[in-house]
Design a protein around this ligand. Structure first.
Ligand code: SF4
Ligand code: SF4
Length: 218
């Protein structure tokens, strides 16, 4: 049995699903593996392409801004065989005051930079956490909360890592929109993503709030 379990159910009168964490030692990777398998097999109704119960041939969700984590960037670097500094060719960095957002770059027409001309993801097996945990279906509120808490901390670590990597080369973090004037390393403390190279090394209980873990473990 998976440490994270997904089950089809009715939510607010519509077909949807729920999830439960069955072990306090479940990792983010185990969550993703269970979700990928469930989404593949469950034939849930999709809300975006009408009358559809799978994702094959669809890329409607590959046009939205896509925030990334330090581990997403590790995975992209491994898939493309590039280093951390080079990965910024594919990232969009936006700064407002001391708030830094890092997303995947998008091409003209807002397509994700990794969507090829045939509408296929060029890095599918290394696609970011938010891509792997999204389904345009009737989803439980807990899934939205898991996604938001994981990405917030993972992006904080990406910003910390980027500030340090560029600083070691005597440069500021490259910014596509805004200015680094108020960006200060002290605002980005280490967290449970620090020094981790894969999602299998981070336990859900170390990244999610204790309130959310309690609900998920019920
Ligand atoms: S989750 Fe994305 S790819 Fe899958 S059906 Fe919905 S919009 Fe299309
Ligand atoms: S990384 Fe791949 S799956 Fe994710 S938005 Fe881009 S093309 Fe789509």
């Amino acid at each position: 049995m998976h440490k994270v379990q997904f089950t089809k159910t009715m939510l607010k009168g519509m077909a949807g699903f729920d999830l439960q964490v069955k072990s306090g030692n479940a990792s983010i990777q185990e969550f993703l593996d269970a979700m990928n398998e469930f989404v593949e097999k469950a034939a849930l109704p999709r809300l975006w392409p009408p009358n559809c119960s799978n994702c094959y041939g669809c890329n409607l969700c590959c046009h939205e801004p896509l925030p990334v984590t330090s581990i997403d960037v590790e995975n992209i670097c491994r898939a493309l065989q590039i280093d951390f500094i080079e990965s910024f060719k594919y990232l969009w960095v936006q700064v407002q005051g001391n708030v830094v957002d890092i997303t995947l770059k998008r091409k003209k027409g807002h397509n994700c930079i990794f969507l090829n001309q045939e509408g296929i993801c060029k890095i599918y097996s290394a696609r970011p956490f938010l891509c792997q945990s999204f389904i345009c279906s009737n989803v439980p509120e807990s899934l939205n909360e898991i996604r938001s808490q994981i990405v917030n901390q993972g992006m904080d670590e990406l910003v910390r890592k980027a500030i340090m990597a560029f600083k070691s080369r005597g440069k500021a973090i490259p910014v596509n929109l805004g200015s680094t004037r108020y960006v200060n390393l002290n605002d980005w403390p280490r967290n449970c993503f620090s020094d981790k190279k894969s999602y299998s090394k981070i336990l859900l209980k170390n990244v999610l709030s204790s309130d959310l873990m309690r609900v998920l473990l019920l």
